[in-house]
Design a protein. Structure first.
Length: 716
């Protein structure tokens, strides 16, 4: 039966559960929910659809979601509905301080203040994602925005709470797969969307039901895209005139979760599956087949009496696998199997002091098997303890704490190789161990109820990852030969944030400055050398290539540019400005919104820019709303990026301006509350390239051309 499941799941239980979610009658809801939804007009474009109230999961402050020293952006409701892209990076792109790595439309991670990879921690309801997306830019996070309820983005160091991999920031994906609030009756949502430059066809469904403290959640989604369209003037010799070859994708997934609610908390569990197949723009013959299974158990106890007032615990177990295929033939298979555990204990106030003490563990086994495996088999183990404390006195609120983290990264060496070629490269196994410490202190000063000043100082350390230490081989999907350095030490940084915030009714503004200094900053840089699949090539001190030809005459076998991880001193400086002003407040409302951000990153060892950093970006928007109708038009200007390193062959990117627009209409039919949306992006069809892309594919994958997408979301 499982093999006949139309959704493609091998698990019969998963197939039946997801199919049930999609087939739940949309006219069933509790009277309380229906009344609330029917009485909720869309006062702004970003609030045209009903939103669930859930502040249990918060990345910035485990004590009080309202007072966060570090800057946090949140996407939910209609704002998230309109911004959803095929990838997490595309969805979050253009939030203040956030850009995207953009390895084409199918692989894109968020880049925060010029930092990416294992400096940005991607969490799912505070649990580790445990995929391979940080390993390489062509690896997409195993999360699809279609079934996401809310996304939280913390900009700046968050290693105190989430470890060294959060030295640059955190992205927390929030869903309700483990129901956190009591559910009475049946509720859910259905969403479908069509169009865009990629000709997306996406559908998701969520159903939840509960009674007597028990709650059940079921969801499923499917998404298909074609090769995406770029302006015809690009002149890249693309297939069919203006579509990027091998950029189509298919994805599907779903989850089943349940919880039991009681007066002071809940306990619950969930199982999810995700699968996607997508092309890489670096090679028209290479496609990636990715899948992940994930299980989570979670418990939250709140409002307790005594010294301990709350306990949050979460355990995740994940099995991840993706295979890179060349003309349908498997070349390299990456596997990552592991688990993580998080425990937070809130203590009662001691005078004016309250806080959280926590424990976090993570362990995973990673392997890369095949002719083009560029890392050996490794095992990574992390254990950490941390404390976060808050002290309030008058208009001041101080937040401070520390973390100690032990990391052990073991390489299997040749035992983890998938071909004879790997044996010569990886050699014998080796284990590196690190103890990393982090500390931060920050404060909020409320000048008056409308104006406040925030500041935060953080010292953080990050242990190098398994691939920064042990990588040594060809990576076909990126078209590069990648090499690590087993002698790397810890990466250290000191960062400071300073911001002024103002809010008065519907109007608000924030101006923030930041600086972050790194010693031993590790980045993947081009060396100017070439290698073949066995590591032979010009300039590496060998006398012959893999095919027997001489190095002097040039290898006739396929060679790849060599990229090597290097450690340098680095400095990141920048600002983020965002504001909203209510111009008209009457039968209809008109708001003007503006935001700007800029990051300057310098390699202070070699006295040149850090590569792949977004340039100055300025966006202005006009937002109109009347009852259930809403509309937005925006102009997004991205400046030229002419600050690139000497080894960046992609060079400068020209500036551009995108004109985007959107319209929404909220409606009620019986007990159903729905939102219809129309969204247009790059309406003037401007040719543009992403400065944050890897230089080897920057010119191969322009940003999408004109796209118009239509969709509907119904909540019941």
């Amino acid at each position: 039966m499982a093999s006949k499941c139309i959704l493609g799941f091998k698990s019969t239980a998963m197939c039946v559960a997801v199919a049930s979610a999609i087939s739940v009658p949309l006219t069933v809801s509790t009277p309380a929910q229906a009344q609330t939804q029917a009485q909720a007009p869309a006062q702004t474009l970003a609030a045209a659809a009903p939103q669930k109230i859930d502040e249990i999961v918060i990345i910035g402050n485990p004590l009080d979601a309202r007072d966060v020293v570090a800057p946090v952006s949140t996407l939910s409701g209609t704002e998230l509905l309109l911004k959803k892209g095929s990838t997490l990076g595309e969805t979050l792109n253009n939030l203040p301080g956030v850009s995207q790595s953009w390895f084409g439309p199918n692989a894109s991670r968020p880049v925060i203040r010029g930092l990416d990879g294992d400096r940005i921690r991607i969490l799912n309801n505070l649990g580790s994602s445990l995929d391979a997306s940080s390993l390489s830019n062509d690896h997409n996070p195993s999360i699809d925005p279609l079934v996401v309820e809310k996304i939280e983005v913390l900009r700046g160091p968050a290693a105190l709470l989430y470890g060294g991999a959060a030295i640059g920031g955190v992205v927390n994906i929030v869903d309700n797969r483990i129901p956190r609030n009591a559910i009475s009756g049946v509720s859910g949502s259905l969403e479908t969307r069509l169009g865009g430059a990629e000709r997306e066809r996406g559908t998701s469904a969520v159903a939840e039901l509960g009674a007597d403290g028990f709650a059940l959640h079921v969801d499923g989604f499917t998404r298909d895209t074609d090769d995406y369209k770029v302006p015809r003037s690009t002149g890249l010799g693309l297939d069919n005139g203006n579509r990027i070859v091998n950029s189509a994708s298919q994805a599907k997934g779903g989850a089943v979760g349940a919880s039991y609610q009681f007066d002071k908390g809940y306990v619950g569990a969930m199982h999810s599956e995700y699968k996607t197949i997508y092309g890489t723009v670096a090679d028209e013959a290479v496609r990636i087949d990715m899948r992940q299974k994930r299980d989570s158990v979670e418990a939250n106890f709140r409002g307790l009496n005594g010294l301990i007032t709350g306990v949050f615990a979460k355990f995740n177990q994940s099995e991840y696998e993706h295979t890179e295929k060349d003309d349908g033939v498997p070349q390299t298979t990456f596997k990552n199997k592991g688990d993580d555990f998080r425990l937070e204990v809130k203590h009662a106030k001691i005078g004016a002091l309250q806080g959280v003490i926590g424990l976090q563990t993570e362990q995973f086994d990673f392997s890369a098997l095949g002719a083009e495996a560029f890392v050996p088999g490794t095992r990574t183990e992390n254990q950490a303890v941390f404390a976060f404390e808050e002290l309030a006195t008058g208009p001041w609120k101080f937040q401070f704490g520390g973390r100690v983290e032990k990391n052990k990264i073991k390489s299997d060496g040749e035992a983890g190789s998938g071909s004879l070629a790997n044996t010569a490269r990886f050699g014998e196994g080796r284990t590196r161990a690190f103890t990393a410490g982090s500390a931060s202190v920050g404060g909020i000063y409320k000048i008056n109820p409308a104006i406040s000043i925030t500041s935060n100082l953080a010292f953080t350390q990050r242990a190098p990852t398994f691939y920064e230490l042990y990588a040594d081989g060809p990576h076909g999907a990126t078209g590069a030969y990648e090499a690590g350095n087993q002698s790397f030490g810890k990466e250290r940084s000191t960062a400071i944030d300073l911001a002024l915030q103002w809010k008065d009714g519907a109007s608000s503004a924030r101006v923030g400055l930041f600086a972050q200094e790194f010693s031993n900053y590790i980045s993947l840089r081009r060396t100017g050398l070439d290698r073949d699949a066995d590591g032979n090539g010009n300039g590496v001190g060998v006398t012959a290539c893999a095919d027997g030809t001489s190095v002097e005459s040039g290898c006739t076998a396929k060679v790849l540019p060599e990229f090597r991880y290097r450690a340098v001193e680095a400095r990141f400086l920048g600002f983020e400005i965002e504001g909203k002003q209510r111009l008209i407040d009457g039968p209809y409302t008109v708001d003007v919104e503006a935001k700007a951000d800029y990051t300057r990153a310098d390699d202070r060892t070699n006295h040149e820019p850090i590569p792949r950093v977004a340039p100055l970006r300025i966006t202005g928007s006009l937002v109109w709303a009347l009852g259930d109708w809403g509309a937005r038009i925006e102009a997004q200007n991205v400046a030229q990026q002419n600050r690139f390193s000497s080894d960046d062959i992609g060079g400068a990117t020209k500036g551009y301006t995108f004109i985007n627009a959107a319209a929404t209409y909220g409606f009620n039919v019986d007990r159903i509350r729905g939102t219809v949306f129309l969204r247009g992006t790059n309406l003037t069809d401007r040719k543009a390239f992403n400065a944050s892309s890897v230089d080897t594919i920057r010119g191969l994958a322009p940003l999408p051309g004109r796209g118009v997408k239509v969709g509907v979301q119904v909540n019941f």
